[in-house]
Design a protein around this ligand. Structure first.
Ligand SMILES: Nc1nc2c(c(=O)[nH]1)N[C@H]1C(S)=C(S)[C@@H](COP(=O)(O)O)O[C@H]1N2
Ligand SMILES: [Mo]
Length: 450
């Protein structure tokens, strides 16, 4: 796997990741270079007092303060965004991106969430990552059905639901993260993908609305003594089928139609998907068409051939669904450029499939010293948690890391600690501490620190 991935690195679409337009970013880099050159010529002592790249940019923009621009003196547009609103044209760089060589095999594909450009914990629906095993569909909701049944009389009143049947039932709205089990997989094999969008972007967090699976199972008369597992099946050609324990099925699993206040997007399973909080994305079956109750694990193709973990001794771990505690700094992160020394708000995300985030520590020297970051509310179970920490960059090389601790006391491991247990040939469940190197020229890149 690592060989294939290393071939990909040169082919991912390079994108300027700062919040400046490519032209401004280029200007700032040039200004910084000429400033550094002059400073070097003048000797190290003169560096601190000289004008900086960002100040040069600010001076150029003073025109906007002194002479009122057209948007201050002219008439604005009347309700321009009739219909469905769109982001500003200046934000065109904020996009889901595909890493063509990575996973695109016919209709099996991935698009990654641009974590480096997001704030707070909610992923805008149009930037929610996608993972399709057999392409996506825009299914007519009036023709969609969900069947709930069981093996051997384990469901007393098996039933087929229409969307209208489901949407009149008691609903819940809850914020949860979804992370593909293969998120950050290339790090197993020392493959340093260039940006956080590619290293961690199979991760999103939304408010999901739907009926609890427990409500449906109760309605259909589940035999609580005999039922041990449920099987969820999707309606697309991949026949995605996943086993879920009855404990989780009766706890917080949602049969969802809503995402961030509106119906699910087609690429995320419209009109119906399963939400399995804390569990890897593959169990969040999209285009959900069937729930079956039984007393044994099904060992379907997606549980026996795929989504198993190859251990150092050559055996496979199976049914390792829970996404362990993990975190990543999203700014500054790979592909971004620090334009100047001085103050930065370092920010990132932490999450755990086992509960809430208790603490996040941040290191600026590759893990020698740690400081505790500020957690921003709300801090919700099985949801992303935003953290922030102050940093003053002195212009010297630095290695930024974040380490999350969850409500069970679990501490996010270093990559070599994880490899000691799991080896190097895994694909799934790579939750190690991520390291970003800030070079003297301000450029940030992906490195591994043992
Ligand atoms: N029906 C169906 N459900 C599916 C998939 C699929 O291909 N078909 N992909 C799974 C995988 S591997 C992941 S990671 C998540 C991705 O959900 P998303 O595309 O909404 O991000 O959906 C899961 N559910
Ligand atoms: Mo996935």
């Amino acid at each position: 796997m690592s060989r294939d991935l290393s071939e990909v690195i040169g082919r991912v679409v390079p994108a300027p990741e700062n919040h400046l337009s490519p032209e401004l970013l280029d200007k700032a880099r040039k200004a910084r270079r000429s400033f550094m050159g002059k400073a070097l010529a003048m000797g190290a002592g003169a560096v601190a007092a000289t004008a900086s790249a960002t100040r040069a940019l600010a001076a150029e923009g003073e025109d906007v303060i002194l002479n009122l621009p057209e948007h201050t003196t002219g008439l604005g547009q009347p309700v321009a965004a009739l219909g469905y609103g769109q982001p500003s044209k200046w934000e065109a760089n904020l996009q889901r991106r595909e890493s063509p060589g990575l996973t695109r095999v016919s209709q099996a594909s991935v698009s990654f969430t641009p974590l480096q450009g997001l704030f707070g914990i909610i992923t805008p629906s149009g930037l929610h990552f996608e993972r399709h095993h057999q392409g996506w569909w825009d299914i007519d909701p009036s023709k969609h059905r969900l069947m709930v049944h069981g093996d051997d009389g384990m469901v007393k009143r098996p039933r087929v639901f229409t969307m209208d049947d489901l949407m009149r039932l008691p609903s819940v709205s809850r914020i949860h993260f979804i992370e593909c089990g293969a998120n950050s997989a290339p790090e197993w094999g020392n493959v340093a993908l260039p940006s956080v969008q590619y290293t961690h972007g199979m991760l999103s967090c939304s408010e999901f609305t739907g009926v609890l699976l427990s409500t449906l199972l109760e309605m259909c008369g589940i035999d609580k003594k005999r039922a041990k597992y449920v099987l969820a099946e999707g309606a697309d050609g991949s026949s995605m089928t996943r086993t879920i324990s009855i404990e989780q099925a009766m706890d917080d699993v949602i049969v969802a139609w809503g995402m961030n206040g509106e119906m699910l997007r087609p690429e995320n399973g419209y009109p119906l998907r399963l939400v399995v909080p804390g569990v890897q994305g593959v169990s969040w079956v999209k285009y959900l068409r069937r729930i079956k109750v039984g007393d044994m694990k099904w060992a379907t193709k997606d549980e026996a051939i795929h989504y198993v973990d190859l251990m150092p001794d050559g055996t496979h771990r199976q049914y390792t669904g829970i996404q362990e505690c993990k975190s990543v700094i999203t700014t500054p992160s790979g592909g971004q450029t620090l334009l100047d020394r001085g103050y930065y708000n370092v920010t990132g995300l932490a999450w755990s499939g086992r509960g809430t985030i208790k603490r996040v520590d941040v290191s600026f020297d590759g893990g020698r010293n740690w400081r505790t970051a500020r957690l921003e509310g709300p801090i919700l179970p099985k949801a992303l948690t935003r953290f922030n920490i102050d940093w003053v960059w002195d212009g010297k090389p630095a290695i930024l890391q974040s380490r999350a601790i969850d409500s069970t006391g679990y501490v996010q491991p270093k990559i070599n600690q994880l490899r000691a247990v799991r080896g190097t040939r895994s694909i799934y469940h790579q939750n190690a501490i991520q390291s970003w190197l800030v070079s003297e020229n301000g450029e940030v890149s992906n490195v591994q620190v043992y």
